[in-house]
Each structure stands twice: as structure tokens, then as C-alpha cells.
Design a protein around this ligand. Structure first.
Ligand SMILES: N[C@@H](CCC(=O)N[C@@H](CS)C(=O)NCC(=O)O)C(=O)O
Length: 265
């Protein structure tokens, strides 16, 4: 929520992700801010020179910034003025590292040390699935066109749909069942929303966009995941408001893409 109306009880968090109003990996971070009701700047989408800001940040010549932060490999990154070395800005990157940092501060990381470790483990597993979904349309080379790796994509997507999707979704279904006493099928860990929940939710949302037929026919195999968990996360009042707002960018040509030929035939 970029609104400056909110009382400033948190530092001014700055999300650094590619411009173009696409969800991408930045979305895992946006969901945490939105679920916590904490304001953030989506820098590249708010500034005129957004692309330059990101390209400068990941410059192959960079050995770090003037605030003593190391170089950033790839977006998303998070900048927090005043939280770095000697009161300078802290700059961190890697989605799970950012989720873990924010989760701790925004109450979305789990209630004790054991829960914190489980939340991170489940979020990492969902991000693995996210990476595999990306690789269905870019199985050979990240920087080359889908059309130039289509043959391999068809093979990759078939295996992803038939083997990997059921394995991952079956796993999350088991996690929810194992935590049913506390989580009632609504939370992966404990009895409270965590960044594991928002991360798994977004991956499920993306998979349904990219593979509508496959997910449409598989949903019933995972009733707790799709009927209880998925619905419950998107019904959380702050997330519901966010998902209906124009701050939530639609899927297009990012990690989750709809190529009918890669879906179930
Ligand atoms: N594991 C990293 C992956 C970061 C990543 O692949 N970022 C993409 C955008 S979503 C990128 O720009 N990659 C450029 C590259 O890998 O060269 C994370 O989760 O943050």
C-alpha cells in the first residue's frame, strides 16, 4: 500500500524490482507488506527512471553501493534507510532472504524458533515450485525467447504437469493436514498467517493462470489446499482489498505465462 496516509511506525521500505507493473518475484514481497498493512515504495514502478535504477543496482561492474552494501545479483531487492551499517541504508536481495527479514519484523514469520524454521522451509519449497514453473517456458536459456526453446518447453511442461505439480501440491496438502489441529486447513504453520501462506498462495494463483486445464482437473485431488487454504488466504481482509485493487498487477509475460500448448491437452 503506497498510501502515505498511514502512520509511519515502520521504516520507509523500498522494494526494488523490474518496472512494467508485473507481479514477478517482487509479488512475494508485496504480499507480505499488504498482508501486514505496512506501506512500501515500489520504486521502479513509481519513478520515471525505474529501469535505470534497477540496471544500476545489478550492474556487472558494481562491487557494492556507497552505504557499504555488497552488490546485488538480481531483483527483487529491499532497501531500508537507516537499518544498515552505521545507520546507513541496508540493501538485501534474494526473495527468501527478504521474506525472512520482513517476516520477523512484520509478524509473519512464525511464533517461535521452530515455527520460524518451518515457515522458511515451506516458503523455499514454494519458491522451488515457482522456479520450476518458470523453467517450463525457459528450460534452456533464461535470456532467450520462448519460441527458440519451444520443443524443450513442451517436454519440460509435460513432466512438470504430470510429475512435479502433483508432487508439490500433494506435499502442501500433507503439510496442511499435519497442522490441521492448529491451522484448521487455513495456515501451513501454527494458527496464524505467515509468509509461507502468502508465498504458496501466489504460486497456486500463478499456476492456475498458466495451466488452467491442468489445475482445473487436479484441484479436487487437493481439497484442503484449494477449498480451505486458498480461499482463506485470499479472504484475509487486507489481502482481499489488495487483490481487488490496481496495486495487484495482472500476470502477463513474467514467470507465469499462458501458453495453451504447454497446458494439458
Ligand atoms: N533466487 C532469486 C532469483 C532472482 C531472479 O531470478 N530474478 C529475476 C527476476 S524475477 C532476474 O532478473 N534474473 C536475472 C538473472 O538471473 O540474471 C530470488 O528469488 O530472488
Amino acid at each position: 500500500m503506497s498510501s502515505s496516509k498511514k502512520a509511519r511506525t515502520h521504516p520507509q521500505y523500498e522494494l526494488l524490482y523490474w518496472p512494467g507493473k508485473m507481479p514477478g518475484r517482487g509479488e512475494f514481497i508485496r504480499l507480505v507488506f499488504e498482508a501486514a498493512g505496512v506501506s512500501y515504495r515500489d520504486v521502479s514502478n513509481e519513478e520515471e527512471n525505474g529501469m535505470k535504477i534497477i540496471l544500476d543496482m545489478i550492474s556487472p561492474e558494481s562491487t557494492g553501493d556507497s552505504d557499504s552494501n555488497p552488490p546485488v545479483f538480481a531483483p527483487p531487492a529491499l532497501r531500508i534507510p537507516g537499518e544498515g551499517k552505521d545507520g546507513k541504508a541496508l540493501l538485501i536481495y534474494q526473495t527468501p532472504s527478504i521474506l525472512s527479514y520482513l517476516g520477523d519484523r512484520l509478524g509473519l514469520a512464525g511464533e517461535d524458533e521452530a515455527e520460524k524454521a518451518w515457515v522458511l522451509s515451506h516458503a523455499l519449497t514454494a519458491l522451488d515450485l515457482n522456479n520450476e514453473a518458470h523453467d517450463t517456458h525457459h528450460p534452456i536459456a533464461v535470456a532467450e525467447f520462448y519460441e527458440d526453446q519451444k520443443e524443450e518447453s513442451l517436454k519440460k511442461a509435460k513432466n512438470f504437469r504430470e510429475v512435479r505439480i502433483p508432487k508439490f501440491l500433494g506435499f502442501f496438502e500433507r503439510v496442511l493436514k499435519g497442522n490441521e489441529k492448529q491451522g484448521e486447513g487455513k495456515y501451513l504453520v501454527g494458527s496464524k498467517l505467515s509468509f509461507a501462506d502468502t508465498t504458496v498462495w501466489h504460486v497456486l494463483n500463478g499456476l492456475q493462470f498458466a495451466f488452467p486445464k491442468e489445475l482445473g482437473s487436479r484441484k479436487k485431488e487437493f481439497p484442503t489446499l484449494f477449498e480451505t487454504f486458498y480461499q482463506s488466504v485470499q479472504e484475509q481482509s487486507r489481502l482481499k482489498e489488495y487483490l481487488a485493487s490496481d496495486r495487484r498487477f495482472p500476470f502477463s509475460q513474467g514467470i507465469y505465462r499462458y501458453y495453451p500448448e504447454l497446458d494439458r491437452q
